[in-house]
Design a protein around this ligand. Sequence first.
Ligand code: URA
Ligand code: CA
Length: 433
Amino acid sequence: MRMVDLIEKKRDGGELSAEEIQFIINGYTDGSIPDYQMSALSMAIYFKDMTHQERADLTMAMVQSGDQIDLSPIKGIKVDKHSTGGVGDTTTLVLGPLVAALGVPVAKMSGRGLGHTGGTIDKLESVAGFHVEIENQEFIDLVNKNRIAVIGQSGNLTPADKKLYALRDVTATVDSIPLIAGSIMSKKIAAGADAIVLDVKTGAGAFMKTLEDSRALASAMVSIGNNVGRKTMAVISDMSQPLGYAIGNALEVKEAIDTLKGEGPEDLTELCLTLGSHMVVLAEKADSLEEAREKLVQTMKDGSGLQTFKTFLESQGGDSSVVDQPEKLPQAKYMIEVEAQEDGYVSEMTADEIGTAAMLLGAGRATKESEIDLAVGLMLNKKIGDRVEKGDSLVTVHSNFEDISKVKSLLLENIKLTKHPVQKPVLVYEEIT
Ligand code: URA
Ligand code: CA
C-alpha cells in the first residue's frame, strides 16, 4: 500500500477501506507517513468528506493507536458526558454527583486544557486539598464505593489524534465534520465509556456557530458511537450567552453547589436535568426520561446529590466543609460592578468575548504554561431578555488587580441593550439519537 495512492483515491471522491485507514493511522503515528502526506489527505477529506463507515473506521484506528482504559472492573453501565466546549459550563460538576446519587457509575478522566476558565480538574482544585493524582486501582475502588471519582489524564491515549489535531490546526483542516467527530469520539471511546451523552453547543461561544453545523457534528458523532457499539445520543444546546451566572473556577464550584441544592440558575439547572435524564436512562437506572428527571429532582430536594459531592471531595483529599461554607473557597481581592450605561433589555451577551474577559482576569490559560488564578472571574447579574435600568450592575467582576478597565470595556462592548423587549434564547434545540 502506498500513501500517495490513498490520497489520490480520496481526492477523487473514493471510499477508503478499514485496512487502508488503519495503514494511514498506524503509519502516521509511527512516523513512516510524513506530515506533508497527512496534510494532503486531511485537505482531501475536508473537501470530499467521509462515509459513515469511513468515519467509524477512522475513529477506531485512532482509538487503537494508543492505550485504552479498561473500566470493566467497575460495576454497571459507565456513561460519560462530553461537552463540545463553551463558556461558564458548570454542568460536569453538577451532573456527576447527581447521577452518581442514583447509582450511575461516574468514572471521569479529565484534563486541564486551555480555555476561558480551567477544566473540570482546575475547578475542583479550588477546594483545598482536593487532588486527582490517584492510582488506577484506587480510582476503580472509589467509583465502586462512592459511584464517582475523577482522575487526571494518564497513559498514552489516542496519540494519532494528538498528532493529527496539531497538524490540522496549522493546515486549515480543523473545520471538517468527519475529522472533528473522529477526534472527539476516539478520546471518549479510549477512555472506556460504555455509553456517551454529548452536549453539542451552538452559538457565538461554541465551536459550531450555527444550528446547521452543530446538527451535522452531533449526528456524525452519534452515528460513530452507535456504529462502534457505544450507545450514543446528543443534545444541541445554546451557547450564544454563557451558561449560568458564574464564569471562573471557584465561582463555578460555588454555582455547582447551589445547583446541587436546587438553588442554581434556571438554565444550568434545566440543562443538567436534560443531560442527566439521558445519562440515567442509558445507565438503565430509570425506564423513561420522565422517571429519570423526577429522580434527579429528588436528589436535589433530599440532599443526596450534595452528600454525594461531599463524599467525593473528601475521598480525594478535599475539604468538604466548603459545601456549607463556600466563603472558604479562594476569594478575589476586589469585587467591582460593571454598570449599565442606559435603560433597556439585554439583547446580546456574546459568550466567547465574555469568556475572553474572564481570561484577562486570569481565570483561564492562554498557553499550557500559564498559571490559573482560581479565585477570579465574572458573576453575571443579567442574562439575555432581562430588563435593566441605567446604573444596574450587569456583571460583578472578581479580580485580584484593581485596574479592570480593559475587562470592563470588553464586557460593555459585548453586552448589548435594546429598547424593545427581547425573548430569552432557546436552551435545548434538539435531541439526536
Ligand atoms: N475538539 C477536539 O477534540 N477535536 C477536534 O477536532 C475539534 C475539537
Ligand atoms: Ca456557569
